[in-house]
Design a binder for this molecule. Structure first.
Ligand code: KIV
Length: 269
């Protein structure tokens, strides 16, 4: 059966850990589904890890929906969450609903995620949920607000009251889960213990209900980027470089193609 938002809640209730990764294309999504992740986020990190931008701020709605469609096709049995990009929900509740609808209607997503737990964000969350679309919250480090924050900063316990009140306000608004990004472990643990909805951590320590990482990061496809919270499971960039270099070498040296790679008049397939 296709994973859904309720299955994440059941996992929390049973004390089972939730596993998630980002994906931005058909092939990766297909492999992630085969490997058994619980949900896939089509994150706005796409702007950085796929398109080479400096920040996530330039991920626009059409690009996000285009990639969400590819991911949904690749992982038809996995819960797919579309990340609402900067500029797609700031102006009004109506704008947020209109754009969230596009993620499901055009992108084939099952839910959307948006950043922030202040009054304005909570109002957007309520409006989207009211239109029948499940929403995942996101608190802690908010990459879409880096111009205001002044950089990618970890959230420590001195922000405890604000973090707890944002988490509760989002839960009250009806979110099915919340991402805790770059939060001191003890604070993330406290939030996780107090919420009934599952928390999904990235750089938030060991005690959240689930973990999410950017797929390019765990595969070793994001260059020198190596924050403390990241574990690289393979160094794919070196493998790709080796393969492409070998191909260049063989074509230039006349070693590829060989006889076994050619079509002949006999009509070989
Ligand atoms: O955009 C993204 O990839 C995210 C994750 C880092 C949680 O929001």
């Amino acid at each position: 059966m296709k994973g859904n938002v309720r299955s994440l809640l059941i996992k929390k209730q049973k004390g089972e850990r939730i596993v998630s990764l980002t994906a931005y294309d058909f092939v990766t999504a297909k492999l992630e589904e085969e490997a058994g992740v619980d949900f896939i986020l089509v994150g706005d990190t796409l702007a950085m890890v796929v398109l080479g931008e400096e920040t996530t701020l330039t991920a626009n709605l059409d690009i996000m929906i285009y990639h969400t469609k590819a991911v949904s096709r690749g992982a038809p049995n996995t819960l797919v969450v579309g990340d609402m990009p900067f500029g797609s929900y700031e102006c009004s509740d109506a704008q947020a609903v209109k754009n969230a609808v596009r993620f499901l209607a055009e992108g084939g997503a099952d839910a959307v995620k948006l950043e922030g737990g202040n009054e304005r964000s909570v109002s957007r969350v309520k409006a989207i949920i009211d239109s029948g679309i499940p929403v995942m919250g996101h608190i802690g480090l908010l990459p879409q607000s880096i111009r205001q924050i002044g950089g990618y900063r970890v959230v420590y316990n001195d922000q405890r009251d604000r973090m707890l009140s944002e988490a509760f306000a989002l839960q009250e608004a009806g979110i099915f889960s919340v991402v805790l990004e770059s939060i001191e472990e003890e604070l993330a643990r406290e939030i996780t213990g107090k919420l009934s909805v599952p928390t999904i951590g990235i750089g938030a320590g060991r005690y959240t209900d689930g973990q999410i990482l950017v797929v390019n990061d765990i595969l070793g496809l994001s260059g020198e980027f190596k924050p403390k919270f990241l574990k690289k499971y393979i160094q794919l960039d070196e493998m790709i470089l080796g393969a492409v270099r070998e191909y260049c070498h063989e074509v230039r040296g006349g070693e590829f193609p060989t006889e076994k790679h050619i079509y002949t008049a006999r009509g070989d397939k």
